[in-house]
Structures are given as structure tokens and as C-alpha cells.
Write a protein that binds this ligand. Sequence first.
Ligand SMILES: [Zn+2]
Ligand SMILES: [Zn+2]
Length: 155
Amino acid sequence: MASYFDDHGVNELADNLTPEELPLAMARILLRFGFADDVWFTTMGSDRMGPYPTAKKVIEELPTEIITKEEAEKKNTCPVCLGCFEENNEVKTLLCKHKFHTKCILPWLEKVNTCPVCREEFATDDPAYEEVRKYKARKKQRDFEIDNLHFSMFG
Ligand SMILES: [Zn+2]
Ligand SMILES: [Zn+2]
């Protein structure tokens, strides 16, 4: 990871990152450079498989709004670029209710099926992933040791 930062001159980011901030930092880098290599996405969390893009249907159905003058006056900011939602900006609201500029969140969702702020998982178009996601949901209440499944299926 260190060499990735060094190569791109953003090592100051790496020094200060907590695990909670990692997805957001990656979303920013993705936005800044127009890409992030797969290493980024496979190191983003040991508790989940990935990366998988968010299902196209989910992306298409995200509520989209154009920021009005009144909304812009609230000075709410986009968690990815940290810029304000300005009048006439196009904004998408994820299923977890977090809001982002369309141009900031789309490149992320095309790579990763979680919210960069709260890490809520969204559906994917990957059948194997969906099977595991359903399985996880069913087993959640029983506090099942899901890591065993990860290792046997994807290890
Ligand atoms: Zn933004
Ligand atoms: Zn969220």
C-alpha cells in the first residue's frame, strides 16, 4: 500500500487513515485519478468479499435530484469531494440515505457495492456474491461464524 501512495504522491493520506476512513479516501482517489487499481478494493476490509460492482439496476433506480437554490443554501457537502451541493448539481441518494454528487458516486458504485460512508452493502449482479449475501442475511440472527464460508467458497 505504501508504494501505491508514494507513486501517486498522496502518502500524506495513508499516514492518517483509520479503517473507517479508508473507503472514503479510496472514493476520493478514484475520483481524482479516474481509477484505482484492484489492490485498493481487495484491501478495503477483511470482513467482506470484494470488490463487486453495485448491480446496474440498483444504480439506475437511485433517486436523483437537481439541487435547488434553497437546498444549496443549506451548504450540505458531498462526502467524497467535500464540495458543497451547489444549485443545479445533480445528486444521488443511496439506499442508506447518504447523498453524493452523481459524478462522485457513480465511479465508486461501478467498482464497489457499499456506501463509502457507512458501508451498507447493496445488491450486485454477481450470482455467487448474491448467494452469499442471502446466506449471510439468513444467518445473521444466529450469529453464525460466516468467515468459514468465505474461506471455503472464496479462499
Ligand atoms: Zn462530490
Ligand atoms: Zn451510507
